[in-house]
Design a binder for this molecule. Structure first.
Ligand SMILES: [Zn+2]
Length: 418
């Protein structure tokens, strides 16, 4: 079936992006919208108003995901097509991470409605709650929707003893005991598509407009607690010390070597380290740090975790506390093909690439056909006030999302779950 060429409104998309960036804006140009904070809720109010203006039916589910539905005139399968991303940010983050995907989805729904295009599915524009891990592990709303969220997880305290997701959900007017109601059967969902900034430099360096995402890296985090003996730094001779930092130190250089020798795409990071009691004149009695592993290959991630486990077992007084694990996922090959075709038809340069960062799409990929469309961001900078994209790339990502929906719709809307 051929379809007339329809175009998103690039200026309207950009105006929305700038208006949204003003919500939770920081003095230094960044944006702070921690999930379920007042700024995050204001952003959701903004989105819901825009959704209503666009003629979408607006719902908020029990995980505080905001859903704007454009109903199919003649639903053929009873399935829903899901598009979206998240509006929450890291502290002092950027204007586009997450926001671009939600507003591109909204702009597509608006364009489809304005052009009176009939789709074979209900189209749902979604902003997922707490993608960034403002409380614990992140991707809370999308995992709740796929039924993969452990209800115990939302009770864990946030970073630095801040309230849990459950406490903040309640404060925002939700009911944490009902979060399981957000789960939906995979058979109800035709596919999930997410537009996002790349958060890396591949597209920029290859002068490509569009990234067709092939896979999303898995993440495994462990807290390591090394016990020593706190002692006076002046009166305790070197040979009598049980210095927890010195005991831990060899791992700090071993870990990067293990990762690079395993696989060049793998990363291993010790990003947080605390010494107790933490005084200049006291031998550290405890050294506590996090180890984060990321890889697109579950086997490589497990192999590195095994090395860490064995290293810890050979030491005395080491304890490992698993924090969380998200498996790497491959994205749908049929959807990658459609996105590539859509970019080609729009005259845009597309490249295949994997994602090193986690996304809501990773929650869907094990259950339903899932695809991601990346657009370049300047210098690969993200999670930072300097995060920037070009207006033409925002428009390109949105237009490719629209064209992909048109291609899928023209095919009757059914996809093999490959
Ligand atoms: Zn994001």
């Amino acid at each position: 079936m051929t379809q007339k060429k329809i175009s998103i409104n690039a200026d309207r998309l950009w105006t929305d992006l700038m208006a949204l960036a003003a919500i939770g804006a920081d003095a230094n140009g960044g944006v702070t919208r921690i999930a379920l904070s007042d700024a995050d809720q204001d952003a959701h109010e903004f989105l819901m108003a825009r959704m209503r203006d666009a003629g979408l039916r607006v719902d908020v589910d029990d995980a505080f995901n905001v859903i704007g539905t454009l109903p199919a005139k003649k639903p053929e399968s009873g399935q829903k097509a899901l598009i979206g991303s998240h509006l929450d940010t890291v502290p002092n983050g950027g204007k586009f991470d997450g926001a671009l995907g939600v507003l591109c989805a909204l702009e597509c729904a608006r364009t489809i409605r304005e052009n009176n295009i009939e789709l074979p599915w209900d189209l749902e524009v979604i902003s997922f709650c707490d993608e960034e891990g403002g409380h614990h592990a992140g991707t809370v709303g999308s995992r709740a929707m796929t039924g993969a969220l452990d209800p115990e997880e939302i009770l864990r305290p946030g970073p630095d003893g801040r309230p849990s997701f459950a406490e903040n959900l309640e404060r925002a007017g939700g009911d944490p005991t009902r979060i399981h109601n957000a789960a939906r059967p995979a058979s109800d969902i035709a596919f999930f598509l997410e537009v996002h900034i790349e958060q890396g430099r591949n597209l920029e360096s290859q002068r490509a407009d569009i990234g067709v995402v092939t896979a999303i890296a898995g993440i495994q985090r462990t807290e390591v607690i090394v016990a020593g003996e706190a002692a006076h730094a002046g009166t305790t001779p070197m040979k009598l010390r049980k210095d927890a930092l010195v005991a831990a130190a060899p791992l700090f250089t071993l870990l990067p070597k293990w990762a690079s020798s395993r696989n060049s795409e793998m990363t291993a990071t010790i990003g947080r380290l605390q010494l107790s009691p933490g005084a200049v004149n006291v031998v550290p009695g405890e050294c506590r740090f996090t180890v984060e592993l990321r890889s697109r290959n579950a086997g490589d991630m497990q192999a590195l975790q095994n090395l860490l486990d064995r290293h810890a077992a050979r030491q005395s007084n080491w304890r490992l506390q698993p924090l969380y694990r998200k498996d790497p996922v491959r994205l749908s090959t049929p959807l990658q093909d459609r996105v590539t075709l859509a970019a080609l038809r729009e005259g845009l340069a597309a490249r295949n690439l994997p994602s090193g960062a986690g996304h809501d799409a990773a929650s869907f990929a094990p259950h339903v056909p899932t695809g991601m469309i990346f657009v370049p961001c300047r210098g690969g900078v993200s999670h930072h006030p300097d995060e920037a994209i070009e207006q033409r790339h925002a428009a390109a990502g949105c237009q490719v999302l629209l064209r992909t929906l048109m291609i899928l719709s023209g095919e009757g809307g059914r996809l093999d779950p490959a």
